[in-house]
Write a protein that binds this ligand. Structure first.
Ligand code: FES
Length: 145
């Protein structure tokens, strides 16, 4: 399994204002957009009790809230709020709690995610200079297995 490469996680048009569950390399991830539009990719499994973040809610502060007990995580995977302990630092309540976060890039109408642990050694996203060339036309297809 090749993890140290960029994978297409979704078409840009498919990620709007709600979280989107995607499956890559046999694992589930959630994509969502921060208020500025940047795509975020996190593991879909909440570290509290395994809730699916894809069924959660995007918040105005750029985090996503789990639908189960509303723990919130930002785009870097840091736990930013434990709903039942509002006003307390989540790192004091549950030291070290975080969720895996993955770099994203948006290019050529796709959201790309890097799932490996060596971004400095990764091959770059494939170069497609024709994409912006009026002399070329692009098409995409989507299939589910
Ligand atoms: S399972 Fe996600 S907050 Fe409890």
């Amino acid at each position: 399994m090749f993890t140290n490469v960029w994978y297409v996680a979704a078409r840009s048009e498919d990620l709007q204002d709600k979280p989107l569950k995607v499956r890559m390399l046999g694992c589930d991830f959630v994509l969502y957009r921060e208020p500025g539009g940047k795509a975020v990719c996190l593991s879909n499994v909440c570290p509290h009790r395994g809730g699916s973040l894809a069924h959660g809610k995007c918040k105005d502060d750029g985090s996503i809230a789990c639908p189960y007990h509303a723990w919130s995580f930002n785009g870097e995977g840091k736990c930013t709020q434990i709903a039942s302990r509002r006003g307390e630092d989540p790192q004091d309540v549950a030291p070290g709690v975080k969720i895996d976060a993955y770099p994203t890039e948006e290019r050529y109408g796709f959201i790309w995610a890097f799932l490996g642990d060596e971004p400095e050694n990764a091959a770059p996203i494939i170069d497609m200079p024709e994409y912006d060339d009026d002399g070329f036309r692009s098409t995409t297809t989507h299939s589910e297995v």
